[in-house]
Design a protein around this ligand. Structure first.
Ligand code: N01
Length: 552
């Protein structure tokens, strides 16, 4: 442990340059990591690009932003007191409520003195001779740390597509993942939204209530299930809280770390009537539970077709104009093979007279002009453009940092054919660099807060073990990593996920290798594997004492 700073000193009064650990980002992952590091007695600094904590939720303050995991589950489980005392207001939490919650956590656990806001980590270079990382920031900080822990997030590198002429646009443009903090008034405006993923599907119905004319530019339609969001009575929350620990235990043993009603039946093992009954029931309940109507929807195309057909039928029944309904019904991928969206009034929005839908498959965007957006057939005059065009997911936030490991190898170079990790938590050649919810871990295929906690706890246990044993360096073994990557790819190949052009596959970024990014073997299974690795003495990791003369 270094002694250069105490964890309770503020950055302004103590400009320390040496820490045991640097944490990149202070969203859900970074905050909990800082807490666990402090409990271990380690000095740590969390660098945060925003001027507040919250990570992805800090930046995604677009109108309609809301989580698609229910409030009682989308929260930390590490503190029974915390989960007992917090009161939510709705079935699904709004972005501002999540931000209030995360600020409460930062205050309650006195984490702010460990955090430096408005500071983006730009480089992390491993000094092999010293066995230490040299970390640089855009504010000119140059600090040294034994451990670097990325909590930079899976969906934090917002991507504006490279459309010629954006600079010439006379109106305003926004990205949902980098929304301004001040309120944007769209009243009376002609607004275009590009993108119909989860963000687009949330922002479109809310903007439709404000604008004079809304034009949605759709390249690929998505499946969306109604949220049926509603106020969450305190009595209902209290009833849940009586068994909070047990709810969490059951959720964490499941595939997605969320309490869904996981079916044990094949969609093909029941007759048409029974399938319809099941889908009707799940549609009426709303949310992602729908994807678990049968146990083979994500592994068997014929089974998946039954669910996809059901939702396509719903779209036709909601959207009055048959031509629009046909455009909104996905045909190039099965339900759930891209992240299913959860909406409030999405499809019905297209019945409003001032909302139009442009099919970019038929008429692609050619450029943006001062007056608006031009497709191959015409110019759409616009006052504002909203990009709901997604993220360079999972690896994008790491790619933004110049990370160099042994021999000066850049992480980007090592991963040029796709990310390679062991357990999604470390990558060989980069000693003491940890990733919370890194590639090839369950992360975004789960309730990400549960995945974050599991990773943070696992890393903290390893650091505690190293401290206790006088060890200086942890590094993933090359063979263990190769096996893990192969295992990850094999698991994905047994599902329908690789059949969709999704960000799960890196397919939304031109030139990005097509590799399935999350571990899809289930959260419960993954947790068991991580426990077995510990029980076997951190199998697949090399743990080394300090080298003579300090070299690790
Ligand atoms: O991003 P996306 P997102 N021209 O990548 C289109 C989480 N999330 O921000 O499919 C035209 O899913 C693109 O079209 P295509 C959630 O995990 C959660 O919406 O590439 N269109 C697509 O329609 C989610 O999955 C919540 O053909 C272009 C859209 O933009 C993840 O974040 C809320 C284009 C991007 O969809 C990402 O969702 C929000 C171009 N050049 C987000 N480039 C909740 O919890 C891209 N597109 C509810």
């Amino acid at each position: 442990m270094t002694a250069s700073t105490s964890s309770t000193q503020t950055p302004t009064t103590a400009p320390a340059t040496t820490f045991d650990a640097v944490v990149i980002g202070t969203g859900f992952a970074g905050l909990y990591m800082l807490l666990r590091l402090r409990e271990l007695g380690l000095t740590a600094r969390g660098y945060e690009a925003g001027d507040g904590v919250g990570g992805t939720w800090y930046w995604n303050c677009y109108p309609g932003a809301r989580c698609d995991v229910e409030s009682m589950q989308y929260s930390y489980s590490f503190s029974e007191e915390l989960q007992q005392e917090w009161v939510w207001s709705e079935r699904y939490p709004r972005q501002d409520e999540i931000i209030n919650y995360i600020n409460h956590v930062a205050d309650r656990f006195k984490l702010r003195p460990m955090i430096q806001l408005n500071t983006r980590v730009t480089s992390a270079v491993y000094d092999e001779a010293a066995g230490l990382w040299q970390v640089g920031t855009d504010q000119g900080d140059r600090v040294t740390a034994r451990y670097v822990i990325s909590a930079a997030g899976c969906l934090s590198a917002a991507r504006v597509p490279d459309i010629p002429g954006l600079d010439s646009f006379k109106g305003k443009w926004y990205h949902t993942g980098n929304w301004p903090k001040e309120e944007v008034d769209f009243t009376g405006k002609r607004v275009g939204v590009i993108g119909t993923g989860s963000s687009g599907i949330q922002v479109i119905p809310v903007l439709a209530n404000q604008v004079a004319q809304l034009t949605v530019f759709q390249r690929t339609p998505n499946f969306s299930i109604p949220a049926w969001n509603r106020p969450l009575p305190v009595a209902e929350q209290d009833a849940w809280k009586v068994n909070y620990e047990e709810h969490r235990r059951v959720a964490k043993a499941s595939r997605s770390a969320i309490l869904y009603e996981y079916s044990q039946r094949s969609a093909l093992a029941v007759d048409e009537l029974e399938r319809q009954r099941e889908y009707d029931k799940r549609w009426a309940r709303g949310g992602n539970n729908f994807t678990h109507s049968f146990n083979d929807l994500l592994t068997n195309k014929a089974a998946n077709d039954t669910a996809s057909d059901y939702v396509r039928g719903k779209i036709r029944s909601i959207v009055k104009d048959p031509a629009k309904a046909a455009l909104l019904a996905p045909t190039d991928h099965g339900l759930g093979t891209k992240r299913v969206c959860v909406d409030t009034n999405y499809y019905a929005t297209y019945n409003l007279p001032h909302v139009s839908l442009v099919d970019l498959r038929a008429t692609p965007i050619t450029k943006i002009e001062p007056e608006g957006l031009r497709t191959t057939d015409k110019l759409y005059p616009l006052d504002a453009i909203v990009f709901a065009t997604g993220y360079d997911a999972v690896t994008g936030s790491l790619d933004l940092i110049d990370i160099r490991g042994r021999g000066g190898l850049a992480l980007k170079s090592k991963w040029h054919e796709g990310p390679r990790t062991y357990l999604g938590v470390m990558t060989q050649g980069f000693p003491n660099l940890f990733m919370v919810t890194g590639p090839q871990s369950p992360s975004i295929a789960t309730n990400v807060i549960m995945s974050i906690e599991q990773h943070v706890d696992w890393i903290a246990r390893l650091l505690g073990h190293m401290n206790a044993q006088g060890l200086a360096t942890a590094e993933a073994d090359a063979k263990a990593e190769t096996d893990w990557v192969a295992n990850n790819n094999e698991l994905a190949s047994k599902t329908l996920f690789p059949s969709a052009n999704s960000w799960f596959m890196g397919a939304n970024i031109p030139g990005k290798p097509r590799v399935f990014l999350p571990y899809i073997g289930g959260f419960g299974n993954y947790t068991n594997i991580c426990e077995e690795v510990i029980a076997a003495g951190y199998k697949g990791f090399h743990l080394s004492p300090p080298a003579p003369g300090g070299k690790a």
